[in-house]
Design a protein around this ligand. Structure first.
Ligand code: AMP
Ligand code: ZN
Length: 114
């Protein structure tokens, strides 16, 4: 997906503040952070959204959570807490159609959501 901004970041073709990469996922800082920690965790392979996941992606989805947990600890926010968000589609507020999980923390989150 050469036209996809996140595919380009993951391939190292576009600049980013990459904080983690392995054979399945990449994590980089959001360019418009909404909190002291705001990291995006995305699969290396192009999946447009949650709607496009298949049963074969189940281990990958689990891995996204474990990487989020690892990065929360690395950022020093695992004990203070954090929010994981996966926006999906228009009403979900998704703007980049390459699946990603937001890891947001370092300040108290507002509630309620929506
Ligand atoms: P979403 O609304 O869930 O699709 O989130 C997309 C996120 O990607 C937004 O928070 C943007 O600030 C962020 N974003 C867009 N372009 C880039 C980029 N080139 N590098 C890092 N983050 C980006
Ligand atoms: Zn992509």
């Amino acid at each position: 997906m050469s036209g996809c901004v996140f595919c380009r970041i993951i391939a190292g073709l576009s600049p980013s503040q990459m904080v983690y990469q392995d054979e399945q996922v990449s994590a980089f800082r959001d360019i418009h952070p909404v909190a002291p920690t705001h990291i995006l965790i995305a699969p290396n392979k192009h999946i447009a959204s949650v709607n496009d996941l298949t049963p074969e992606d189940e281990p990958l989805v689990g891995h996204l959570f474990l990487v989020a947990r690892h990065l929360a600890r690395q950022e020093g926010i695992d004990q203070s807490g954090y929010r994981l968000i996966v926006n999906t589609g228009r009403d979900g507020g998704q703007t980049i159609f390459h699946l990603h999980m937001h890891l947001i923390g370092g300040q108290r989150m507002r509630f309620p959501m929506g």
